[in-house]
Write a protein that binds this ligand. Structure first.
Ligand SMILES: [Zn+2]
Length: 248
């Protein structure tokens, strides 16, 4: 029996439905099913660790970097674009089935060729890791409302979590700059029995790391206070705005 076209295996690995014939062959042929499993893992690794969302549509600059990497690694890139799929010595090699030039199809050829070389895959993954934007996820937000002594003030807070698990509070405050003293950002528990300073707010916005031992589920209030230059590190009691975090 002839094996599946390698390109067909690549397409199935990318998520295209397999035909009944292909499915039957995969069930019966250890070689092809193993190849499919390995390609699927490649696709999965690419998707899950890179957060690219869609492998089919990487930005141009990413492709440029990838092609450059492949070039360096000595894989003939031209072959990926124009030649029939890499000859594994066991494809039936027959009828040059209609090959359209859709990006998806081109990519599947690319993937298959890449899969032939673990070193190239690693180079590609490394490149993706370099060029992808850092992933941050918004985990909570709050509207900060004015206290009576600061009419007209308003602000907002957003908590984001980076890939390393570190949480950051980004605050914005719309209020007149104080003529003296400074403004400080705080996290306070709902019952106001505990408070922690995040730091001094310079200007109208700032970003503050949440201390590791502070659980935001307890410290749900974000507060910005007006502080005098009195050397006292505690909260002045003069809050400008405050709001409760709403978790996504
Ligand atoms: Zn087979």
């Amino acid at each position: 029996m002839s094996h599946l076209d390698p390109e067909q295996i690549a397409l199935i690995a990318l998520g295209e439905p397999a035909s009944d014939d292909d499915t039957a062959h995969l069930a019966a042929c250890a070689d092809c099913s193993l190849e499919l499993a390995e390609l699927r893992r490649t696709v999965l690794v690419g998707k899950s660790t890179l957060g690219m969302g869609g492998l089919e549509t990487p930005p141009d600059r990413v492709w440029d970097r990838i092609v450059a990497e492949i070039d360096e690694a000595g894989v003939p890139v031209a072959a990926v674009d124009s030649a029939p799929v890499a000859d594994t010595g066991r494809s039936d090699g027959g009828a040059d089935t209609k090959r359209d030039a859709s990006p998806r199809r081109t990519l599947s050829k690319m993937l298959f060729t890449l899969a032939a070389s673990a070193a190239v895959i690693l180079a590609v993954v490394g490149t993706w890791a370099l060029v992808r934007p850092a992933e941050v996820v918004e985990v909570a937000s709050a509207s900060l409302l004015a206290f009576p002594d600061h009419p007209g003030a308003e602000g907002s807070a957003v908590v984001v979590e980076g890939e390393d698990g570190e949480k950051l509070v980004r605050v914005e405050l719309d209020d007149d700059e104080p003529t003296d003293g400074f403004r400080e950002v705080w996290l306070i528990t709902a019952d106001a029995t505990a408070i922690v300073s995040l730091g001094i707010l310079e200007g109208s916005e700032g970003e503050f790391a949440v201390p590791e031992d502070v659980d935001l589920r307890d410290y749900v209030l974000v507060d910005i206070s007006q502080e005098p230059q009195d050397g006292d590190p505690t909260h002045s009691g003069d809050s400008i705005v405050r709001g409760e975090l709403d978790f996504a």
